[in-house]
Design a binder for this molecule. Sequence first.
Ligand SMILES: [Zn+2]
Length: 316
Amino acid sequence: MKNPIDAIVLAATGLSVVVVLSGDNPGGPAFAAGQNATEPLSRTYRVTRADDVEFQKIEPFKVFDNLYYVGPGYVSVWLLTTPDGNILFDTAQEPYVDSVIANIRKMGVDPKTIKYIILSHGHLDHFGGAARIQEASGARVAAAEEDWKMIEQVGSRPGRGGAPAPRVPKRDMVVKEGDTLTLGGQALTFHLTPGHTPGVVTTEGITVYDGGKPYRAIVWGGAGYRGGLTEAEQSVQSANKVAQIQGVQVNLQIHSWAEDTGYPGGGVLERGLMLKSRKPGDPHPFVDPATFTQWVKKSQDNAARAVQQEKQKAGR
Ligand SMILES: [Zn+2]
């Protein structure tokens, strides 16, 4: 395709250098401390105050030169900026969408500069804001075929407690295995990593910059297994696929907490606090390839165990 802004192409492309955006560091996260001195933020936002809407509306924070956390406390929304327009990973859901849009603005970014919204998978907490953010931005919305079907189903049924059906984005870009997206020096590659849902999208090849120094980041679009032998087997294959992605230094988690037992060394908010108190010369708390490798291995083990359990259940 001729226009790099709309270049989702099947060929893999190499990384190239992007112009590092300047801008003031707006400071660290302004989210509240844990429920008590011993409870990690991950648990507070995931469990203890999961339903406290105002508490969940946290201040956005800059994580890298070109990457911002703009979501509520329990589910991630990542804003990746480039000189040619911006990319949003996931959208959160109501009643948080106004807060997400406000957070984008607080980071000095006009929502109209968002060119793409990449949906990790077809669960409402991740795609529920996509329709409104698409309207506010004019962005293209990308998801896998199977999860576009899930999104369409959610949009055709009443919501919880007989509420009107949630607004959902119209089917737009359909991501296939190995598709790439180039924009403003970013060269992203998408993988289908089903299991958590039938059409999980994992994005690799994201380049984030810390004081101009590049690091390779990933959005693993959903690792947790939610029942069923087929799904368990898919999650084994998907974890194996992620394990083959080389050189991941930064894990952009789709929730501030990680699946099941938390993310070793802290989830997004714990690391956000570390970032806030970072001294010049300290390592960046989100650059942690060892923990990512460990987490992928654990996910492979969990998925393999799930297959065994499903087989036992089925008496096979
Ligand atoms: Zn999910």
